[in-house]
Design a protein around this ligand. Structure first.
Ligand code: ADP
Ligand code: MG
Length: 701
C-alpha cells in the first residue's frame, strides 16, 4: 500500500470517516500522527505460564487445548462464557463476562461458540481470580490457532497498549498502527542518526519507531524512546538556539534608582513585615533591574507565600523612576483581583492603574480611554490578561513586565515582544517548582529566586480523605460557624460538556438536598468572564455559603473567609493540581480544611492522596509526583506552550535535553544557516508544521 506521511487517516484500511473523527480526539489526523502515537505501556506476553504454575493473583499468558465450552447466567444481567483449557500440566477455566438484557432473544455468545471449538488450541491473556475456591482466568485477550505449533499473531511477544477514546478499541488501534508502521515508517525523517558524531547515542529513528510500537524487548523499547526523544529535543534546541542568537543581550537604556518615593509609603501601609524570603527576592530583583542587562528572572514560591507584594515592589521601583510596568495574569478573575489588591495597597499614592482585560475593553468609549491612558503614559501600572500583549496596546515607556502563574512558553516570549526593540525587565512568578537545571534548559539563561517560607502565623491547612457524606457533614458544621466553602468538580473526560453537566447538575442536586438551607452558587469555565467575576465578587462579599466550581478557580483566588475546600473525584487530579486547589483556602487567620473525596480503588491512588494529607510543602509534593509518575500533570504544566513531545518527557529526560542543548549549539556554531548536507534534514524538519509554530512564537526583536 502506498502512503504519505501527510495522508488523512480516514483513508487507512478499516478507519473511515467515523473512526477518523474519533481518532481526531486523540490528535491523530494524519499518517504521521499515527506513526508517532506511541503506546502508553506494554503487555509482556512473551512468557507462557504452565497452568500448574498459576498460583498468585496476577496476570498470565497461557496456552492449551480447548476441552469444553459452556455458558451460564450469573445474575439477571450478567452472563458467563466458560472455556475449559488443558495444557498437560493442569486444567483451568477461561471466562468471559457479558452484560445481558433479560429480554434479549438471541444468543449473545453465538460467535464465541463458533470460534471456541474443542480440540483447537488457544492462547489466553488474563487475570487470575478465585470463584468459590476455584481458579479461573478472566480473559483480556485470546487467539485461537489450529495446530499447537502455529505462530500466533498477538501472543508470544510484547503487545503495545495505546490510549483510547470512545469508538476505538485496542484491537482497532493495533491494526492501524501495524498498517502505517509497515507502510510508512521508511518515510519518517531521520535528522541525525546518520551523523557519525551522534551515532553512538542513538538507535536509528526508523528502527526506534518500530521498536516503540512493537518492541523486541522492554529494554529496547526504552532505548528506542530515548532515541526518538533525542531527535525531538535536538530540533527544539536548534530552534531555541537560533532564536537566542538573534537576541544576544543588548544593553538596556533604562536606569533605576531607589528613591523610595512610593516604596516607603507602600511599606508603611502594609499590615505585615516581609518574610526573609520575600526580602531576599526583592533584593535580587532590584539588583537585576539596576544592572545594565535586561532582567530575566523567575520567582518561585508556594501558593500563599506572598509573591504579589514582591511583584508590586518591583513595579514601584519602575514607576518611581518614571517608567510604566505591566502585570499579566492567566485569567480575568485573577487580573481583576490583582487590580483590586493594587488599588487597595496603593490607595492615597499618586499612581494610576488601568485594568486591561477583554471584557473591560469591550465598549468603545472605555477602550479608547484606557488605551490612550496607556499610550500617553498617564497609566503607571497596567494590570491585565494576555490582552496586554495585543498589537493595539501601545505603551509610552514600559520597562517591566511581570507574568503571574503562567507557564505558557509562548506568553513569556510574546511578553518580550512588548519591548518592541527595547530591552525590558521580565519577572515570571510561579507556584510550580521547576528544577533549576530544567528551567535553564527550557527558558534559556534565567535567574531564579525562591521564597521558601510562608508568612508567619499561618495555620497549616488540615487535609483529610473522607467519604462524600462525611465531607458534607463537616461542611455544614463549617458553614454554621460563618465560614465559606468551595466544592470542586473535575473534568470528567475530555469533552467539556461533561464537565458542565457534572458541576451544574451537582450544584442543583446539592441545593435541593444536603444544602437546601444554604446559599449556593456555581462557577464554571463556560461562563462569560463578566458573570464569573460577578459570582466571585459576591462570594467574596459573603453572599453565598458555598461555591460549586470546576478547576477554573485553580490559581490565585484569594478569599480569606473560605476555610474549606471539598475536592470531588480527587483521584482524577495530579498532586500539583490538588496542591494548587488546596491553596484556595488557608488564606486568612482561621484554621482551614481540605477534604479529598475519592471513590477510586487501588493502592496507587490511595498512596498518592495520602501524600496530600501528610505535607503542605508544594516542593515536596512535586517531588513525590515525579517519583510516582502519576498522571504527569506537573510535566504538563511546565511543558505548556512547547510542541507536543511524542516520546520525550521533559522531566524524566533532563539529561537528554542538556545533551541536545550542547549539540544544538555546536551545530549552529559550525553551520548557522543549516546549509551543510549533514544538516539538511534538520533544516527541513524545523521548517515543518510542528517546529515552525515554535519558531513563530519566539521570533523576538
Ligand atoms: P501567592 O504567592 O500564592 O501569589 P499572595 O501574594 O496572594 O500569594 O499572598 C497570599 C496572602 O498572604 C495575601 O493575602 C497577602 O496579603 C498575604 N501576605 C503576603 N506576604 C505576607 C507577609 N509577609 N506576612 C503576612 N501576610 C502576607
Ligand atoms: Mg499569586
Amino acid at each position: 500500500m502506498c502512503m504519505n506521511l501527510s495522508d488523512d487517516v480516514k483513508f487507512i484500511k478499516g478507519v473511515g470517516p467515523k473512526r477518523a473523527s474519533a481518532l481526531a480526539r486523540l490528535n491523530i489526523r494524519t499518517v504521521e500522527d499515527l506513526i508517532t502515537f506511541f503506546p502508553r505501556t506494554y503487555q509482556d506476553r512473551t512468557k507462557v505460564t504452565k497452568i500448574s504454575d498459576i498460583v498468585f493473583n496476577n496476570q498470565y499468558c497461557i496456552f492449551g487445548k480447548i476441552k469444553n465450552v459452556f455458558s451460564k447466567n450469573v445474575s439477571k444481567f450478567i452472563s458467563l462464557f466458560v472455556v475449559e483449557i488443558t495444557d498437560g500440566t493442569g486444567n483451568i477455566s477461561a471466562v468471559f463476562y457479558r452484560k445481558v438484557s433479560p429480554y434479549a432473544k438471541f444468543d449473545i455468545f453465538a460467535s464465541m461458540r463458533k470460534n471456541f471449538i474443542p480440540e483447537k488450541f488457544v492462547y489466553v491473556y488474563g487475570t487470575l481470580e478465585y470463584k468459590f475456591a476455584n481458579r479461573q482466568i478472566s480473559v483480556d485477550d485470546y487467539e485461537i490457532v489450529e495446530n499447537s505449533s502455529d505462530i500466533p499473531k498477538n501472543f508470544k511477544k510484547i503487545i503495545p497498549i495505546y490510549d483510547l477514546t470512545a469508538g476505538i478499541t485496542q484491537k482497532n488501534m493495533l491494526a492501524y498502527t501495524t498498517t502505517v508502521v509497515n507502510a510508512a515508517t521508511h518515510l519518517y525523517p531521520d535528522a541525525i542518526s546518520n551523523n557519525p558524531k551522534y551515532k553512538t547515542r542513538l538507535m536509528p529513528i526508523r528502527q526506534a519507531i518500530k521498536e516503540l510500537h512493537f518492541p523486541t524487548s522492554l529494554e529496547n523499547a526504552e532505548q528506542a524512546r530515548k532515541s526518538f526523544a533525542l531527535q525531538e529535543f535536538l530540533l527544539m534546541q536548534i530552534v531555541l538556539t537560533k532564536a537566542r542568537q538573534k537576541n544576544i543581550i543588548k544593553q538596556k537604556t533604562n536606569t533605576y534608582k531607589i528613591t523610595r518615593e512610593f516604596l516607603t509609603p507602600f511599606k508603611n501601609k502594609l499590615k505585615f513585615e516581609f518574610t526573609k524570603g520575600q526580602k531576599k527576592a526583592i533584593n535580587e530583583i532590584f539588583f537585576d533591574m539596576m544592572s545594565s542587562k535586561g532582567m530575566n528572572r523567575m520567582l518561585m514560591g508556594d501558593v500563599g507565600s506572598g509573591k504579589t507584594v514582591v511583584a508590586l515592589s518591583a513595579i514601584l521601583l519602575a514607576i518611581e523612576n518614571g517608567y510604566q510596568a505591566a502585570i499579566i495574569a492567566p485569567t480575568e478573575i485573577l487580573a481583576e483581583q490583582h487590580f483590586l489588591t493594587f488599588k487597595n495597597l496603593l490607595d492615597g499614592l499618586n499612581i494610576k492603574i488601568e485594568l486591561l482585560t477583554s471584557s473591560n475593553l469591550r465598549t468603545k468609549s472605555k477602550r479608547e480611554e484606557i488605551l490612550s491612558s496607556v499610550e500617553s503614559g498617564a497609566a503607571n501600572i497596567v494590570v491585565g490578561t494576555h490582552s496586554v500583549m495585543e498589537e493595539r496596546v501601545k505603551f509610552k515607556n514600559l520597562s517591566l513586565v511581570v507574568i503571574d502563574e503562567q507557564h505558557r512558553f509562548g506568553v513569556l516570549q510574546k511578553a518580550a515582544l512588548l519591548a518592541k526593540g527595547k530591552v525590558i525587565d521580565i519577572l515570571m512568578m510561579t507556584a510550580t517548582p521547576i528544577p533549576r537545571g530544567l528551567a535553564m534548559t527550557m527558558y534559556g539563561d534565567i535567574s531564579i529566586s525562591v521564597i521558601k517560607e510562608l508568612p508567619p502565623n499561618r495555620i497549616p491547612i488540615k487535609t483529610f480523605c473522607f467519604s462524600e457524606q462525611q465531607a458534607y457533614t463537616e461542611a455544614l458544621e463549617e458553614i454554621s460557624r460563618g465560614n465559606q466553602i468551595f466544592i470542586i468538580y473535575p473534568l470528567i473526560d475530555e469533552s467539556d460538556k461533561t464537565e458542565l453537566k457534572s458541576a451544574v447538575k451537582e450544584a442543583e442536586t446539592l441545593a435541593a438536598t444536603v444544602f437546601k438551607n444554604n446559599r449556593i452558587a456555581l462557577l464554571h469555565g463556560k461562563m462569560a468572564p463578566k458573570e464569573k467575576n460577578e459570582i466571585m465578587q459576591r462570594f467574596k462579599n459573603k453572599e453565598f455559603d458555598i461555591l460549586v466550581a470546576t478547576t477554573v478557580i485553580e490559581v490565585g483566588i484569594d478569599i480569606p473567609n473560605a476555610t474549606m475546600i471539598i475536592i470531588q473525584h480527587a483521584d482524577r487530579y495530579g498532586l500539583a493540581t490538588l496542591h494548587q486547589l488546596r491553596g484556595r483556602v488557608g488564606r486568612g487567620t482561621k484554621q482551614s480544611y481540605c477534604i479529598l473525596v475519592s471513590s477510586a480503588k487501588g493502592q496507587n491512588s490511595a498512596q498518592r492522596l495520602a501524600i496530600m494529607t501528610q505535607t503542605n510543602d508544594g516542593f515536596k509534593i512535586a517531588e513525590e509526583d515525579l517519583k510516582m509518575r502519576g498522571p504527569g500533570d506537573f510535566t504538563g504544566t511546565i511543558q505548556h506552550g512547547f510542541p507536543e513531545f511524542k516520546a520525550g518527557n521533559i522531566v524524566k529526560d533532563v539529561e537528554i535535553i542538556e545533551y541536545t542543548k550542547n549539540v544544538a549549539q555546536d551545530i549552529i556554531k559550525n553551520d548557522p544557516t543549516l546549509s551543510l548536507p549533514e544538516n539538511e534534514k534538520i533544516k527541513q524538519l524545523i521548517n515543518g508544521k510542528k517546529y515552525s509554530e515554535l519558531s513563530k512564537i519566539i521570533q523576538v526583536g
